[in-house]
Design a protein around this ligand. Structure first.
Ligand code: GRG
Length: 298
């Protein structure tokens, strides 16, 4: 399997599903939906929904198909996009470029962008809970909603962001950096993998293995993000490069230098793939996705 065409096919699958699962910009709330859709459809690698679909397929269940998983996959991208919109706000990173385009608040104003983020976050749980979307048993919906809520909230992404902001321009131990990475970035990536596994009816062993895999690729993802921030250009990234150093953020390259950081990212990817030892060929895309997370250029 060639990773480039696989990623392209999966990205198209997810983006086509947005038309089925995310409201069109019409009616009384037209401008609000337009702001939500602007950021959601502005591009992006779609890593979290693709991981969710790949984890579900790795289980090899025959009683569910992509149409059952896609609402979950789209919900994850809605949450991820909300976090980017809010992260770019003047009160947070104050960025005017994201995914190579103007950030949400530049086009829709601060209030419009805050509400677009709120709308996407809340819509995600509508998608997860509403039996009209996909054919998942209620107990699976409940477990998936809880898993994603926990990962996106104060014990996960929101808490990690709060800790990250509070730590700017301060000295802190490496353990704090690990906690920031694990919660801010790793939690939603891990939940993307686990939610796919729950949807596909994974047993406890499979779920534990996929949790390990998710944690390791989540770590690798953030280390590579730090590396790219330090080494790539704004044009390559489609968002501000070099911002970590400007904001005085503690990062892997700041602690270990570029070479040691690369080795740590590679090790996390190898550990992730080892977690899949008991899985058959259905898990091959997950193995390739782990490699991609290390080799990605933006
Ligand atoms: C505002 C609650 C709240 C959280 C913000 C996502 C986030 C937390 C901050 C963004 C800043 C950042 C560099 C986070 C770590 C890595 C990360 C999540 C990068 C962006 O994700 P990608 O690379 O982006 O998957 P695309 O555009 O491809 O979807």
């Amino acid at each position: 399997m060639e990773i480039k065409s696989y990623l392209n096919d999966q990205r198209l699958l997810v983006e086509t599903a947005f038309d089925d699962f995310v409201p069109a910009a019409t009616g009384d709330f037209k401008k609000h939906f337009e702001a939500m859709r602007y950021s959601l459809l502005a591009g992006g690698k779609r890593v979290r929904p693709i991981l969710c679909l790949a984890a579900a397929r790795a289980i090899g269940a025959t009683d569910i198909d992509d149409q059952d998983i896609l609402p979950v996959a789209c919900a994850l991208e809605c949450i991820h996009t909300y976090s980017l919109i809010h992260d770019d706000l003047p009160a947070m990173d104050d960025d005017d470029l994201r995914r190579g385009k103007a950030t949400n608040h530049i086009l829709y104003g601060e209030a419009g962008a805050i509400l677009a983020g709120d709308g996407l976050l809340t819509w995600a749980f509508d998608l997860l809970c509403n039996p009209e979307y996909g054919n998942l048993a209620p107990e699976k919906r409940l477990a998936i909603s809880h898993c994603i809520a926990r990962a996106a909230g104060s014990y996960g992404m929101v808490g990690g962001q709060a800790l990250d902001i509070a730590s700017e321009n301060t000295q802190f131990p490496f353990e704090t950096l690990q906690t920031i990475h694990k919660s801010k970035t790793g939690a939603l990536i891990t939940a993307s993998v686990i939610s796919g596994a729950i949807a596909a009816g994974a047993d406890e062993n499979q779920r534990n293995a996929l949790e390990q895999y998710g944690q390791q690729i989540g770590l690798a993802f953030q280390i590579v993000d730090d590396l790219l921030n330090a080494t790539a250009t704004t044009e390559q990234l489609g968002k501000a490069a070099g911002s970590d150093a400007e904001l005085g953020k503690a990062t892997y390259p700041a602690y270990f230098g570029i070479e040691e950081t690369r080795i740590r990212a590679q090790n996390a990817v190898e550990d992730a793939k080892e977690s899949l030892a008991e899985f058959d060929d259905n898990a091959q895309p997950l193995r390739l996705l782990a490699d991609y997370i290390y080799t990605r250029s933006h």
